[in-house]
Design a binder for this molecule. Structure first.
Ligand SMILES: [Zn+2]
Ligand SMILES: [Zn+2]
Length: 195
């Protein structure tokens, strides 16, 4: 039996309004939740029913969402995807337009949130990151673009302002030191090299 979200389990609000018990052989450590199964009024599609079932397996670690006219149908769709992932002879990921490092297996469609390094680079240190970002006008090109920041440099983003040349130069300077070397020691060894 998978781990069922509190609101879907007996005693939860979803269960009270629309009880459902998963029927597929999800692993015990797989988290699942579901919803919908309600009437949707749409001007273009008329009236239709929709439901979804979401699973978060750990092996392979992924997120699967199934959709259907009923929760049972949505669960069956999600489980078919899970079985496809597990039967895959070897995942080979492609980005499919995602810049945040997420990828999809070209054989079985498996979604992995960290298949790659992000393609977006920290505005300060140029490390691949998707930690945090802000939109602003680039002072160099005059165009509006997204500025990205890694975890270590997120504090250099100030509201709508972005790290300036001086901030970046100071960080660039820190980067010169071998990792883990205290600042003082770094200066000393640099002095030794110039002798
Ligand atoms: Zn695969
Ligand atoms: Zn950085």
């Amino acid at each position: 039996m998978p781990r069922i979200a509190e609101h879907c389990a007996p005693g939860g609000w979803r269960h009270a309004g629309d009880p459902y018990t998963p029927t597929c052989a999800w692993p015990d450590d797989c988290f699942v939740q579901w919803g919908g199964n309600g009437v949707v009024l749409s001007a273009s599609k008329g009236t239709y029913r929709t439901a979804f079932f979401e699973a978060f397996p750990t092996d392979p670690a992924t997120f699967i969402r199934g959709e259907g006219a009923t929760v049972a149908e949505a669960e069956a769709q999600a489980f078919a995807a899970f079985e496809r992932h597990r039967a895959c002879p070897g995942h080979e990921f492609e980005r499919r337009g995602y810049t945040n490092g997420a990828g999809f297996c070209k054989h079985c469609g498996l979604f992995a949130s960290k298949a790659f390094e992000p393609t977006t680079l920290c505005h300060v240190c140029q490390a691949p990151t998707n930690h945090s970002c802000g939109q602003a006008t680039d002072p160099e090109s005059g165009e509006r673009r997204t500025f990205w920041y890694c975890e270590a440099h997120a504090h250099l983003r100030r509201g709508n302002g972005h790290a300036n040349a001086l901030d970046r130069w100071l960080v660039e300077d820190e980067k010169e030191q071998p990792p883990g070397t205290p600042a003082q020691q770094g200066v000393e060894s640099e002095g030794g090299l110039t002798d």
